[in-house]
Design a binder for this molecule. Sequence first.
Ligand code: DX5
Ligand code: ZN
Length: 228
Amino acid sequence: MKYARIEIAPSILASNFARLGEEINAVEQGGADVIHVDVMDGHFVPNITIGVPVVASLRKATRLPLDVHLMIEHPEEYVEDFVRAGANRVLVHQEATVHLDRALAMIRELGAEAGAAINPATPVVMLSDVLRVVDTVLVMSVNPGFGGQKFIPVALDKIRQLDEWRKRYNAEFRIEVDGGVDMQNAAVLAQAGANTLVAGTSIFHTPDATAAARQMRKLATEALSQRV
Ligand code: DX5
Ligand code: ZN
């Protein structure tokens, strides 16, 4: 299978923004594969975070792929700016656009990887007609807007459903999970079929982000090796 290696994607939302470069360096040392960047507009979600200029600065601070999670309305109006700023992967929410297929095609045409995200209340079936044109499906395991929330278990069923679908149709999209991912559930998520674990609090709100990233990789990789 294409995505045999589990990816650890620290979410900088939980990091110290005044020391962003050092925080990224710390997780890079711990073997992080991707940097997850949460963009919020105060409309699609009840919080405001960061935008294009921060992505441009991050691009200069790391060689790791930037996984830009757009929690914004009208995402298609902004995908070009984010890709030009250095986003390698752009994730748009199914709930945020009536033209999901078009938004995904735009991302790919711009040369980035395209991801479709679903909120906890959105069933996987809402993505069935785009599963052939996505590089990633992002299963939200909290209601987006804030870090530090509790994992919502329905996400686990969704990961399993997507994994089934992927096997049945011989598809190759990555399954990413975001929200409440920690050292307790990393193994079960990897076993269920998740390929990319996004983790903010459980990596950055620790005394040693390097060690936390390394620990999560270890737990997930061991679990993956036991997967049938
Ligand atoms: C939530 C964001 C997440 C968030 C996860 O809206 O999409 O990426 O940073 O944070 P934790 O890992 O703390 O749940
Ligand atoms: Zn996110």
